[in-house]
Design a protein around this ligand. Sequence first.
Ligand SMILES: Cc1cc2nc3c(=O)[nH]c(=O)nc-3n(C[C@H](O)[C@H](O)[C@H](O)COP(=O)(O)OP(=O)(O)OC[C@H]3O[C@@H](n4cnc5c(N)ncnc54)[C@H](O)[C@@H]3O)c2cc1C
Length: 378
Amino acid sequence: MHIAVVGAGPAGTWASILLARRGHFVTLIDPQAPWEKPCGGGVTAKALSQFGIFTSDLPRKNIDQITIYFGDTNSVTVTPQKPIAVLSRRELGKYLLDAAEIAGVSILKGRVNHIEPIARGWHLFSRDTSLQSDFLIGADGATSLVRRTVATALQPEELAVTLGYFIPGSGPAHMKVYFVPGFEGYIWSFPRPSHISYGLITRSEPGWTARAKTLLSNFIVADLGPDPLKHAEFYSAPVPCLGPHSWARNRISGERWALIGDAAGLVDPITGEGIHYAFKSAELLAQTIEKPDEYASQVGREIGRELARAARMYRRFYRGRFLGADFRKRTIQLSRRSRTLRSVLGDLILGNQSYLTLKKDLVFSIPSIGIDLITGRI
Ligand SMILES: Cc1cc2nc3c(=O)[nH]c(=O)nc-3n(C[C@H](O)[C@H](O)[C@H](O)COP(=O)(O)OP(=O)(O)OC[C@H]3O[C@@H](n4cnc5c(N)ncnc54)[C@H](O)[C@@H]3O)c2cc1C
């Protein structure tokens, strides 16, 4: 079968590699890959352990410590129990594209600007070329043209806003996540091999964007002083952030087409983690390409249930109260005094704790947390 894959991010390139290895004739189209996509580049243990590309010599920074802040006066530092790494998206893209070439994928440089259904397939057009395929894969990110053509675009309320800077230089292997009181979202500082990725993610009201930029600048100045910011390049990009009701109507496959990664809306709405789900959905599609309905149900079972639960927990995480204070503040304060709770909080932020089992895991941890608090075991 001839398969056209639109978008050479992690989802599109990984799907292309796996499909070409299965004997399909794959054309992968992207105007700019490999590129430094606006992204923190944080890769969690579940992605590092599941996908072969991460066992290569891909340059990455392995993180030793993560500090989680709530405002300026509450913080807790966690040592990751499982590996977590930060990498440059350009490097990841280059490794994936090299592997795609070896697998026999045909790579075209271009932006698809129009897609038409034809008998038994699709006709895709870019400025310089056009091609026909039997099957169409949309891996073209949060504002996917493929999604807009075959299904419904993600709506503004299904997208979070991100702002950020890449600051050249190297820092210690120490991640920072900073929650701002009264603000839905967080600021991050992720050290990479050759620069530091600073950014902010929010789903708050539109008026927040200017204030968010100031918050982020203040954080960077407090961390590094004012000079690095003067030469840093600013970016802003959307990332899917589906609410509880969006999951039921999120259509990701149909006759001769499927969506993967961000184009399918597969991002953790609380943390913004999407790289794992990009790889995972690519893998599920490669296994079920002849049965697109099967693909949608497998994504529902293996990804959708988890992310839909996260979407239901979003409000409580960012706006909930716990023991008379903001949920995040209280959790950070208690985590300073209980290594059990600290480990649950760290696993949650680092993507190692399933939202589906969070409640049960917390209930089972209560005796241990109680002992930590009573005995002062930290
Ligand atoms: C600021 C920011 C920080 C993030 N931080 C993290 C993080 O630390 N960890 C994490 O796991 N996730 C993070 N994410 C989410 C992560 O970046 C995405 O979930 C992930 O990149 C999704 O991969 P993808 O292949 O689906 O899409 P993308 O990586 O977005 O790739 C889409 C590709 O499609 C191409 N494209 C778009 N339109 C067309 C077209 N018309 N024709 C051809 N090609 C096209 C683009 O050029 C691009 O290369 C972050 C996102 C943002 C915005």
